[in-house]
Design a protein around this ligand. Sequence first.
Ligand SMILES: Cc1cc2nc3c(=O)[nH]c(=O)nc-3n(C[C@H](O)[C@H](O)[C@H](O)COP(=O)(O)OP(=O)(O)OC[C@H]3O[C@@H](n4cnc5c(N)ncnc54)[C@H](O)[C@@H]3O)c2cc1C
Length: 455
Amino acid sequence: MATTVLWLRRDLRLHDHPALHAAHEAATGGDVLPLFVLDPTLLASAGRARLASLRWALVQAHEEYDGSLVVRSGDPATVVPRVVQEAGASSVHVSGESTPYGRLRGRRVHDALGDVPMHAAGTPYAVSPGQVRTTSGSPYQVFTPFSRAWRDHGWPAPESAPAGLRFCRRVDSEGLDALPEIDDAPGQDVPALTRWREFLDEDLATYGSERDRADLDVTSRMSEHLKYGTIHPRTMLADIAAHEAGASTSAQKFVTELAWREFYADVVWHHPRSAWHDYRDTLAQLRYDDPETDGAAREALEAWCTGTTGYPFVDAGMRQLLTRGWVHNRVRMVVASFLTKDLHIWWPHGARHFLDHLRDGDLASNNHGWQWVAGTGTDASPYFRVFNPVTQGHKFDPDGDYVRTYVPELAHVRGKAVHEPWTADGAYDHGYPRPIVDHAEERRETLARYEAATA
Ligand SMILES: Cc1cc2nc3c(=O)[nH]c(=O)nc-3n(C[C@H](O)[C@H](O)[C@H](O)COP(=O)(O)OP(=O)(O)OC[C@H]3O[C@@H](n4cnc5c(N)ncnc54)[C@H](O)[C@@H]3O)c2cc1C
């Protein structure tokens, strides 16, 4: 009999947890000590919404682990070995990490543990980043062949929590006091499995046809749960396969979306630098307006961040971000296009703002989502594909309900006219701003800059 430590990072759940199984087996009938370390480096880079989401996930995990979760703050390379020593533990068990910082931190803790072994089992992905390769062994550069190979590769079936699990209670916990209580942060606060079953029953069948509609609440909202691992994606994939609509086009569209998440994690695993730099260098010469040195660009960035650009669909999205900590996928694309193509600001400025405010803020999905729009990423999407914020609004919020929900100054404008307040009588009566730029003009400017950069 032994005591083992389960160091939790992005896997705050009990069910379907490979590292928990490994920790339980290594304990050979002894105790498992679940540990979460409040790492100051990560806390400093997480916005209020993500911290609120983390707190919520930790509270849930503490309950699932029968009140035995030990929470400590400090550098994990110091804290994990100390807890191991206090518990007299013989091994540490983790889920594999794929982000640059996560991998570096894992190596530092591994080295600091000395003779105590640290074992990784599973990752927050159905297929661990780095596993899906071409026949010649190289990583995939493009999504569609990756997603085909990813499906062919397959994934293990989910596992329920190990039987006979015993938790160690000999070590003190700081509790969640070290994490600020953020009462006013936005959130959904519904347990992952509850929300997941709701989605399967109510929205999976229509997901394929309605997922792009910003005004309908039909997407799964599982991104936040996947972020902190309160559910494993392979649980979701197994539930879909067993669902009566599992083979439908709609369900398969959902599986493809999960594949995007896996693809971007794979890309960052192979190309860590692409997390904050252009993945492709074809636009290395592109001229941007720099908010750090140029006052007008700074003001434009500020208007974008606060949802006061004068383009209703863009402003609704940016205010959804600030008030809900989540934004509809279609709108994420439109606001990202507006920043990079209408305001000519380099994508990392927007990516950082998103990570500060999203509950689901995820380095790989966010920063490569941004690069997809900016035209610097893995996708061959040409830089000159510029989203028109007005026609996108008409198409994906046809009656204007989405805009009216998030932009109160336009709540009095009826119907689809809300997408073009400059055509509606009295639309500006309640303080909504005029457009800060002319979209047609900025589109031309973008094309000119693109031509100059690639000439
Ligand atoms: C500029 C930009 C930034 C983004 N930032 C993030 C982020 O920080 N965190 C994040 O999880 N997703 C991000 N996405 C992807 C996507 O917008 C969200 O995953 C999705 O809106 C979350 O809502 P949902 O769970 O209801 O999605 P659903 O439509 O229900 O999709 C199910 C799941 O599939 C995955 N998924 C769906 N679309 C994508 C995609 N395009 N890329 C990667 N995974 C996807 C997510 O895990 C999602 O939870 C970003 C996209 C763009 C264009």
